[in-house]
Design a protein around this ligand. Structure first.
Ligand code: GDP
Ligand code: MG
Length: 640
């Protein structure tokens, strides 16, 4: 376990840690000369655990109290789950005591221990008075069970009682979730003679052992838009200040690493992780807790773990959030952060130097559009109170199919399939990288059938449509792997039929009467006499059939897929279409594109009718128009 200190400058934080651990955490020469903490310091306290009956170690991060070094203070408390607020008994609460207390509240520390120190300088009455004042203040701030201790670093008064409390706290720490990926927020890097590069930091989650490999995520590289990570190997480890073979979450860790990496590549706030994000995170959705009034599009400083950036808050529900309230928001970063879901961001006003609030990350990939649409807000409202990864994953799956690789880094969890299957009542199927519930599959199949029926109603002169186009109208933005699998099922069940490459409902199947069949043989022969598409009127004249009668027959022939209307009333035979499609396919395969002039050459058609056919091929989704040329869109269509 790690406990971070907090409190006003000169209130005795560093001396208290020395009394608890014997270590002076002010390690920089300048700090020792000035007696002032500037950067983070570290100290360790060995103890015998009552639960494990083993020698364990409690780690401390000592932070500077001076407001000038607040970003260092935040890098310290940003990675710890437990804090100790230290207040000098002779001075009481001062500016940074209040400020740090607000930060600890906003970061939702698992525990807060309050220590009134320098008891050798105060009377018992003074101590009792301050304790009463603090109890009230803490209660107002939402700390319902404040633990307040009195001690002196000079006389040792109260140190043993405080120690016993901290040990009990460590022994009761929440059960570790060992299936999470290892994450280390780097705070220092240096060279050790003979060993090489060493980095230190706080392990936020997971386990690691000597010999393991990790991915180095650099904020500098993220800024340049690079998500590519570098692999490093762990040559040696220190956990909680001692040589170790393994290290685990909530420990201070020092690692001797090897890899294609130099000390100057490493900066405070960078990461060593087991599972790196595969995308740059520039914008996230958060559950916002406001500490002051917050306005829409306000500029903010964003602190995360041991790093920080600037950005803006987009409020999703109103133009302003009042102090003390919660709201849904998006935060856009000026430079990307390496985040996981449920990470907490501290938000400060860069100009006023106040704590604006905090944001709990609830969506790492918010949609580009419709961030304030009612269904999006409803989704976020339901998502916000969920805590455990298994509950969040179940919720996401109930909403839509999920990519396993995305869930893996979003939740830093390497056995997503297992978690998903254990949790969701609904049966889960896997299609490629996607997981999907049976309810969702049923919904999507239903939608495919519904869209196809609609299509039949609207385009009653055509038998059906190609797979690509059906995907676009029925399963917009859904994973193609799932769509393909479901379509295959529908085809196998003969709910959907594939006739000459056209997909249509089984119910949408016609048959020609004997007379119509005879007409069709005759019409088909006539159509073969010309390479040009036929207008119904011309065809009726040529075949000597009543024009209206032929028009009705043509609809039916088109529904059956024998002929196709390239524009209203103008038809080509299916064979002709395949012949044209083959020529187009071949041309595009050889030349990557097809221009109108090329098409006229290969079809030997006049300009007007050539354009009609080209536009028809676009409409059915065989080709796609770009500028003045065309590319293939669904090359499986019209194969004969
Ligand atoms: N009398 C007394 N002085 C203390 C005690 N703890 C710290 N101090 C003094 O308070 C000053 C600030 O202590 P320090 O630990 O550096 O405070 P920090 O800035 O909160 O880390 C130093 O001059 C210490 O000698 C204490 O328990 N009793
Ligand atoms: Mg200090």
């Amino acid at each position: 376990m790690i406990i971070a200190t907090a409190g006003h400058v000169d209130h005795g934080k560093t001396h208290l840690l020395q009394a608890l651990t014997g270590t002076n955490a002010d390690r920089l020469p300048e700090e020792q000369k000035r007696g002032l903490t500037i950067d983070l310091g570290y100290a360790f306290m060995p103890y015998l655990s009552a639960t494990t009956q083993q020698q364990e170690t409690l780690g401390f991060i000592d932070v500077p109290g001076h407001e000038k070094f607040l970003s260092n203070m935040l890098a310290g408390v940003g990675t710890a789950h437990h804090a100790m607020l230290i207040v000098a008994g002779d001075e009481g609460m001062m500016a940074q005591s209040y400020e740090h207390l607000a930060i600890l509240r906003l970061l939702a520390m698992d525990s807060l221990t309050v220590v009134i120190t320098k008891s050798d300088l105060t009377t018992v009455e003074q101590q009792q008075q301050l304790e009463a004042q603090l109890t009230q203040l803490l209660f107002q701030q939402g700390f319902t069970e404040p633990q307040i201790f009195h001690c002196s670093a000079f006389t040792g008064d109260g140190i043993d009682v405080l120690k016993a409390h901290l040990i009990a706290l460590a022994d009761n720490e929440r059960q570790q979730q060992n299936d999470l990926g290892f994450r280390l927020a780097i705070d220092r890097a240096f060279h050790v003679k003979g060993a090489g590069l060493v980095v230190t930091g706080t392990a936020l989650s997971g386990n690691i052992a000597v010999g393991d490999s990790l991915q180095f995520v650099s904020h500098h590289k993220l800024k340049q838009g690079q998500t590519q990570t570098k692999t490093v190997r762990i040559k040696g480890l220190h956990a909680q200040g001692k040589t170790a073979q393994t290290a685990t979450e909530n420990q201070r860790v020092a690692m001797n690493i090897v890899g294609d990496i130099d000390k100057q590549d490493l900066n405070r706030g960078d990461w060593l992780v087991e599972i790196a994000p595969n995308t740059v995170i520039n914008r996230v959705a958060v559950a916002l807790t406001a500490n002051t009034n917050i306005k829409h599009w306000q500029t903010v400083q964003v602190f995360h773990a041991a790093t920080h950036t600037t950005g803006r808050i987009a409020l999703l529900e109103a133009d302003e959030v009042k102090a003390g309230n919660s709201a849904l928001a998006e935060i856009t970063f000026d430079s990307p952060l390496c985040l996981a879901e449920q990470d907490r961001l501290l938000l400060r006003d860069p100009a006023l130097k106040t704590n604006l609030g905090s944001g709990l990350v609830i969506d790492l990939l918010p949609p580009n559009r419709g961030k304030r649409k009612p269904d999006r807000l409803a989704y976020l409202t339901q998502r916000a109170p969920l805590n455990a990864p298994k509950d969040i994953i179940a919720f996401k799956l109930a909403n839509k199919p999920q990519s396993i690789s995305e869930l893996t880094w979003q939740h830093q969890c390497s056995n997503i399939e297992q978690v998903a299957c254990d949790q969701v009542d609904n049966e889960i199927s896997q299609y490629g990288d996607f997981l999907c519930t049976s309810t969702y599959q049923a919904q999507l199949q239903h939608l495919i059938i519904e869209k196809l029926a609609q299509y039949h109603q609207q385009e009653n002169d055509h038998i059906g449509l190609g797979k690509d186009r059906l995907y676009r109208i029925a399963a917009l933005n859904q994973p193609t792997a799932i769509f393909n699998a479901l379509l295959t099922q529908l085809l196998a069940q003969q709910i959907i039929i594939n006739t000459r490459g056209w997909l249509h409902l089984a119910s949408h199947q016609l048959q020609l009467t004997e007379q119509e069949q005879n007409y069709w043989i005759y019409v088909a022969q006539m159509m073969q006499t010309s390479q040009e598409p036929w207008w119904v009127r011309d065809l009726a004249n040529a075949c000597d059939i009543d024009e209206d009668e032929l028009r009705t027959l043509s609809y039916k022939l088109a529904q059956l897929g024998y002929i196709s209307a390239i524009v209203k009333d103008r038809y080509v035979t299916h064979e002709y279409l395949i012949h044209i499609a083959n020529a187009v396919r071949k041309h595009i395969e050889q030349n990557q594109k097809l221009e109108t002039a090329d098409f006229r050459n290969l079809s030997q058609l006049g300009r007007k009718v050539a354009v009609q056919i080209l536009e028809y091929l676009d409409k059915i989704g065989f080709t796609k128009r770009k500028f003045n040329y065309r590319e293939l869109r669904d090359e499986d269509l019209l194969k004969g």
